[in-house]
Each structure stands twice: as structure tokens, then as C-alpha cells.
Write a protein that binds this ligand. Sequence first.
Ligand SMILES: [Zn+2]
Length: 334
Amino acid sequence: MKSTRMIAALGCVAVALASGACSRTADAPAQSAETKRSYPYKVAATVGMVADIVRSVAGDKAQVEGIIGTGVDPHLYQPTRNDVVALMSADVVFYSGLMLEGKLSDTLIKIARKRAVFAVTELVDEQYLLSPDEFAGHFDPHLWMDVAGWMQAVEAVQLSLSEFDPDHATNYAENAARYIEQCQALHQYAIKAIASVPEEQRLLVTAHDAFNYFGRAYGIEVRGIQGISTESEAGLEDIRKLVGEIVERDLDAVFIETSVPDKNIKALIEGAASRGKTVIIGGALFSDAMGPAGTYEGTYIGMIDHNVTTIARALGGKAPEKGMQGKLTGFKSH
Ligand SMILES: [Zn+2]
């Protein structure tokens, strides 16, 4: 498990900065002088949540390309030829880590030989990470669901960019501080909004197990029909059990996710209906991918604001229709 967090790659970066050479191949020129760097340098980031941090912290010093797009499931994502080209031509690569980008791992390991590759969850204390039973031996990768947890990823990006480009460390520190300030406001909003949900309704049922950190941070029980990775299939028995719980608690709403097919959630609703309980789809949540690029929901802050606001309102809590700062567009997946 440790090896997938690419500690070796990080070590290589540190060596590269100290000695001016990282690659062991003879034909790769050593990049020694910081002054030779031209701006904006190129950064590639896997998921949108990571790209959003890097864009905010790097500012105009870097041009950031996101690899995995809107509504796309990172657990199952296979890199295309263009992705490999983008990753190979980047000066720095950021990924989320904790095995989120399962099928990209081999590519990331390969490119880490020649350039700086950072996992934004690298520095998070293992005590902070969840290791649910159903993912025996591995950490839950969905850390961005807890805004306080994701702030640690912001710090990791700031440190990594400052290592890569020490000349602008002050810029990165200022940008990161601004981003963290927004995260703090969002975290407080989420605590308050979810706490306003009546206690018996504080059960979040979604398509896959992406919300464990959300549940821990904001005080709501969570059930995902599929396991932590969307690679596992939900069983009929799991669905039957969940239907029982929904009926028993008289739960008002369950949620679909934008990056996961909704057939299991529909089976759940039908199952509850056959037992005389009407449960609605409370909305589409952004679990492993952000909303459309160029919209508020296409940013990390907007994505979580949307989730919090949608969940709180559908389960009988209090939250403004347009969210924490009046910016939500009323996103619906269909
Ligand atoms: Zn996931």
C-alpha cells in the first residue's frame, strides 16, 4: 500500500532539487539552474479536485491540464494516448493517491522516473485516514469529502510547488492561504447545514461508498450501495438490507452520483416502493468528479457546496437554495 503513495518518487524530486539531476538515463539533460525555467510551466493533474487546488495555488505561474474530466469515474479510468502525452510533457504531475486512480498507477510510476510526481494525500497523517472493512488493508481515497482533510492536500500542493519553484514560494503560500480561508468557511457551512437535518433523517444513501469522510466530518451516517471502488458490484442482499433500513427510518431521500450509473439507486427506490415507502432521489451529488468546467460546481468549493446544500435540503434540514455564497446554479444531472 505504501509503495502506491510513491514515496520513492518524492525522494527523487528532493534529490533532483538538491543536486540538479534526477533521471538516471544518460540522454536526459540535467536541469540545474532555476533561472532557466520559463513561465507558465506545465502541470498535469488527474482528477478535477486536484487540478482545482493546483490552479488556485500556482496562479499564473503554471498552466494546469486536468486529465480525468467531468462526470468520469477515476476508479475505472484508463488513460488514453493523449493523456499519456499530456503527462509526459508536463513539468510537474499531481494526483490524488490512496489508489483512487487505480488504472493510472502504472503510467504514474513510469513518468515519475523523469519528472516530479506528487500525490496530494502523501503528507496526510495515517491516523486521519479511514480504512473501512470492505476495503481491507487499503485507505479510503475519498478524502476531499471532508473539507478539513482536503486542506491538508492544499498544504501538500503548496509545499510541492515551492520545492519545484522556490523562487515563487511566497506566491504559493499566499495563494494557498486564500484557498484555505475559503475551505474553512465551507467547512463551517457544512457542519451547520448537516446539523440542521432532523436526527432520524441523518442517513446519507448514495450509489457508492464515497462519503465516509463526509459522514465523519459532518455527523451523518452513510451507506454506499457499491463498495469503496466502483469496481465492485452491489449484491441483491446489500440492496435488500438497505431497503429495510430506509423503510424502518422512514427516510425521505436517497442520492445519485454524477460519475456512477444510477441503476442501483433506482432498484433501491423500487424496493422501498414495493414495501409501501416512497423515497425520492434527493439530487445528483458530485462524488469523484466535479461539475462542468467553467461553472461554480466545476470548482472544488462549488462541488462540496452543492453536495452539502442538496443533502441538507432533501433531508429536511436548513440551507439556502443557492448555497453558502448564493452561487449554486441548480445543477441537475438530467
Ligand atoms: Zn469513489
